[in-house]
Write a new protein. Structure first.
Length: 510
């Protein structure tokens, strides 16, 4: 029988008392709704702002006596006197009794827009774990999720399941990643009516007004454990989106489509397609994580390799293209991708909306690395060009030379010139003052195989009172020119020097 049809009224926490009994419903296996018994222990007032409550209760039943409160039961509807009280949402780990905290449904409905709450961990009570269901992720990525989420992670080998629907007491999923990999949480729907639903009874991410995809879900089994039992589940089809993820649960609407960030990663002949939810912390976390996942799906080596890539980042009104070249482990390359994404996502000018990220990556087992071993050079007789000869020590022991010509500005005191020769890390973006400038500068950042040359001019020291007023006033040199030349190698090292009165370059300015 579909119990959700019988929900006509709610009961508030003010109307329940210690000793009151009722029942709860949840899915333990194959989405069949089972019941368990509930007895109210007490009502904790003002557990949340604006006089919100937590109701303590003891639960028992045929399955609960074996599993206790299981991860995935968050949101399970609790009925007292035949009326819906709220969502099973909190519990203690390693508890000898199945004691839970219930978030009242009437207060959940009033809490949209309410973000901050009391830290219930002070009394040992914490939001109960939502099992994260992962598909298509390599073990290293799954392990790294433990640094991001406190939720237990269940690897799902079945992939997406079709069918099933959402109703009061049914399993429900919330997705973060879809496509060739899937990641999302599974809990229980507390209340559903006319396309609207409330679930979990506690935050998922605490994201607030963010559209997270809602899915159906299927429970395969509940795995008993002495610490935290958990539901083994699969995520289903996307059926709607959340409108609020706050301290007293999530609220969502069915029938609405999520707004995804599309990410396509091509490595050799393989292309991996992902969809990531449009929320800044998730984007900055999962773009590099899924890039790393793609690399390890394509090749198993965690050793140093050479990476060449073209990164295209598309937004509604702008598209930028960046060339990357790195030598290192997969994580070294992925960190470089993450730097560009974070510079866009956390810029101070606009709230960006990245719609598509495309990465075309080529991986070579040849270590194409070179270090700057020596630099010599001098001004041409005309005095308008500095010609440098850069000696590169190649990884395999060979030596190569690169000739570089640098134009010298007219009417300049060459004794005050500082010359820097290094890798792409010394490249300096010009003064940023708006969104368009940032995008232009990002596109012009050289790749790791660039040999960068800078001319800096020594500035006349200013009085200390100016340094105190203007922080940049204590800079000793000013960048007047920078250029780069691409090489086949990832460049390492750095050489600095000055010009003598005869125009000869000397390292260190001797």
């Amino acid at each position: 029988m579909f119990l959700y049809i019988l929900i006509l009224v709610f009961i508030s926490p003010d109307e329940v008392h210690p000793g009151d009994r009722g029942y709860g419903i949840t899915a333990f296996r194959h989405n069949r709704i089972d019941t368990f018994q509930v007895e109210i222990i007490d009502v904790i007032p003002r557990a949340f702002p604006r006089d919100k409550h937590i109701v303590l209760a003891r639960i028992w039943g045929r399955r609960v006596d074996t599993t206790g409160v299981a991860a995935g039961m968050s949101g399970s509807p609790i009925f007292i006197h035949g009326k819906l009280l709220g969502a099973l949402a909190y519990a203690w780990e390693f508890a000898k009794e199945a004691i839970c905290g219930i978030t009242p449904i009437t207060e959940s409905m009033e809490s949209i827009g309410l973000q901050q709450g009391t830290d219930l961990k002070g009394m040992g009570l914490s939001p109960y774990n939502l099992p994260l269901v992962a598909t298509g992720l390599v073990p290293e990525v799954i392990d790294s999720l433990a640094n991001v989420f406190t939720y237990p992670i269940v690897t799902d080998v079945t992939g997406k399941v079709d069918g099933d629907s959402i109703f009061t007491g049914s399993p429900i999923g919330v997705l973060l990643v879809d496509g060739d990999a899937r990641l999302g949480a599974v809990g229980t729907c507390t209340y559903y009516e006319n396309g609207e639903l409330w679930a979990f009874g506690h935050p998922f991410l605490g994201a607030g007004d963010v559209r997270l995809p809602i899915t159906t879900a299927r429970i395969h089994y509940v795995l008993p454990s002495f610490s935290v039992s958990r539901k083994i589940a699969s995520l289903g089809n996307v059926v709607g989106v959340t409108h609020w993820d706050g301290i007293m649960g999530i609220y969502g609407v069915l029938g609405e489509l999520p707004d995804w960030l599309i990410m396509d990663v091509t490595i050799g002949d393989d292309t991996f397609n992902y969809k990531i939810v449009q929320w800044r912390p998730i984007i900055s976390t999962f773009v590099p994580m899924l890039m790393y996942n793609s690399i390890l799906m394509r090749q198993s080596s965690r050793d140093e390799l050479t990476y060449h890539a073209e990164l295209q980042i598309s937004m509604p009104d702008d598209t930028i293209r960046v060339a990357l070249m790195e030598v290192g482990t997969p994580s070294t390359f992925v960190k470089k991708v993450a730097e560009f994404i974070d510079m866009i996502e956390y810029n101070p000018y606009v709230m960006p909306h990245i719609s598509h990220i495309k990465v075309d990556c080529r991986i070579s087992h040849d270590i194409l690395r070179a270090s700057i071993d020596d630099v010599t050079g001098a001004l041409t007789p005309q005095g308008d060009t500095l010609e440098l000869l850069v000696r590169l020590q190649i990884y395999n022991g060979d030596v190569e030379y690169r000739r570089i010509a640098i134009p010298i500005p007219q009417h300049i005191d060459i004794s005050k010139l500082n010359v820097e020769i290094g890798n792409a890390n010394i490249w300096q973006m010009r003064q940023l003052d708006n969104w368009a400038t940032l995008l232009h500068e990002l596109e012009n950042i050289p790749a790791g195989n660039a040999l960068v040359i800078q001319l800096r001019y020594e500035m006349t020291p200013l009085p200390q009172r100016f340094v105190n007023l203007v922080p940049t006033a204590n800079q000793h040199t000013s960048l007047i020119l920078q250029q780069y030349e691409l090489t086949p190698y990832h460049i390492e090292g750095r050489v600095s020097g000055k010009l003598t009165s005869h125009g000869v370059f000397t390292k260190g300015g001797q």
